[in-house]
Write a protein that binds this ligand. Structure first.
Ligand code: HAM
Length: 419
């Protein structure tokens, strides 16, 4: 009987080498940069009560309406695999009273998120975010700091082909007024809207602004813009963010249609966008969410954050610089049992000196193992032949030049430690 192979779930993926090496590199650079700026790592559960996401991301958002992995567990609780990290970070901030006497707290967290979207290039059902959040700072300087930090990370990673977009989404003072104007504008054009927009126009009219459907775009082309109707404090806040980005010569685009897909935002919203991933343009996104801590039962504390789509960032980088397979620096070809024991000892000694060495213990012929050495692309190959071993020697071959020399075994580790 044929045994059926089990495949992974649609929209999920395995991250293999050499790509996983690129993930590690990005993560290392991100941690280094965030920690210099005072952000500390926290690690949170991937499962939360469904209500947490419904109340923070918003009941009428695509995420909550149709994308969450929600189930009832055996105890009868309604739980959801987190579709994003901000809600959990806020929950933890409130629950552990992290505001305490020092409300300024800066965190980052890295891990998998789950959204049941239609899978396509750059869009998965399990994807990863590098999420950064700062609590307790109302000043626009932190907005600028976050955007600049994100840009610096991209620069350090050598990312090309992305642009920064910023907007302001106002506050509870100016947004409701604008909402009314916008709703009136939408009502007058409702025959032209797509089904999704017709459904969400009353509860979430701002979302109509960034609908991708051709007819909605046409209908909304002349829509009033929130950025033009901000209250004075919001306008001033946005002006300072812009001034600080300008002072540091960051190129960005003011994008009046950037509304983001989550309901908790106030004031500054931003995204890093690319055209390298087809329909998925957003590599990172974030913004201020000054009312969320309070709305989830905590103190009235302002906050701001962003999340990088880790998978998308990897794909953007890999398109310009495909990651390379890791290779050992030294490859041992032991011929015979005695030689294998010696090769094993040398590998252990080299590892202590932080030199990556591999040996082949298959007992195959010199010819077969030289082929493997070529495949692994190790710059140096050490052949431990029986006759050489009897003479206390090993043959070191430098692959680039083809040069070959016999080295006394007692000098071998030292010789291989030299460049
Ligand atoms: P978001 O815009 O929903 O924001 O997601 C942030 C990033 O996650 C996106 O820019 C994208 O790169 C990536 N992403 C989202 N969905 C997928 C998917 N299905 N497949 C692959 N990548 C995806 C948030 O999640 C907010 N929590 C960001 C934030 C933090 N705002 C304040 N603090």
């Amino acid at each position: 009987m044929e045994i059926k192979m089990i495949q992974l779930i649609r929209g999920f993926k395995d991250i293999l080498q050499p790509e996983a090496g690129l993930w590690q590199h990005i993560e290392k650079e991100a941690r280094k940069l965030f920690e210099i700026h005072g952000y500390q790592e926290i690690r949170l559960p991937i499962l939360e009560k469904t209500e947490l996401f419904a109340r923070s991301i918003g009941e009428t958002t695509d995420i909550v309406e149709k994308e969450m992995y929600t189930f009832t567990d055996r105890g009868g609780d309604t739980l959801t695999l987190r579709p994003e990290a901000t809600a959990s970070v806020v929950r933890a901030y409130i629950q552990h009273k992290l505001s305490g006497t020092e409300p300024v707290r800066k965190f980052y967290t890295i891990g998998p998120m789950f959204r049941r979207e239609r899978p396509q290039k750059g869009r998965y059902r399990q994807f990863y975010q590098i999420d950064v959040e700062a609590f307790g700072i109302a000043s626009p300087y932190i907005d600028a700091q976050m955007i600049l930090m994100l840009a610096t990370l991209m620069e350090r990673l050598g990312v090309t082909g992305i642009s920064a977009h910023i907007n302001s989404l106002g506050c509870p003072d100016c947004r409701p007024r604008y909402r009314e104007t916008l709703t009136a504008f939408i009502e007058a054009r409702k025959e032209q809207l797509c089904e999704d927009c017709l459904r969400r126009k009353d509860k979430n009219p701002l979302r109509v602004l960034d609908c991708k459907s051709e007819s909605c775009r046409k209908a909304m082309a002349e829509a009033p813009e929130l950025l033009d109707e901000l209250c004075a404090p919001c306008a001033e806040h946005f002006a300072v963010v812009r001034r600080e980005l300008d002072r540091r010569s960051l190129a960005y685009k003011v994008d009046k249609r950037l509304v983001r897909g989550l309901d908790y935002y106030t004031r500054t919203a931003f995204e890093l966008q690319t055209d390298m991933l087809g329909a998925q343009s957003s590599v990172a996104g974030g913004g201020r969410y000054d009312g969320l801590v309070k709305a989830l039962g905590g103190p009235d504390i302002p906050a701001i954050g962003f999340a990088i789509g880790f998978d998308r960032l990897v794909e953007v980088i890999a398109q310009t610089r495909p990651p390379e397979e890791a290779r050992p620096e030294v490859f041992f070809i032991p011929l015979g049992e005695k030689a294998m024991e010696k090769a094993f000892d040398f590998c252990m000694q080299l590892a202590e000196k932080k030199i990556a060495a591999e040996a082949d213990y298959s007992g195959r012929s010199l010819k077969a193992l030289m082929k493997r050495a070529d495949r692994l692309a190790a710059p140096r190959v050490v052949i431990l032949g029986e006759t050489e071993l009897q003479k206390g020697l090993a043959t070191v071959k430098t692959m680039a030049s083809g040069e070959q020399e016999d080295i006394p075994l007692e000098n071998l580790v030292e010789r291989l430690s030299l460049p």
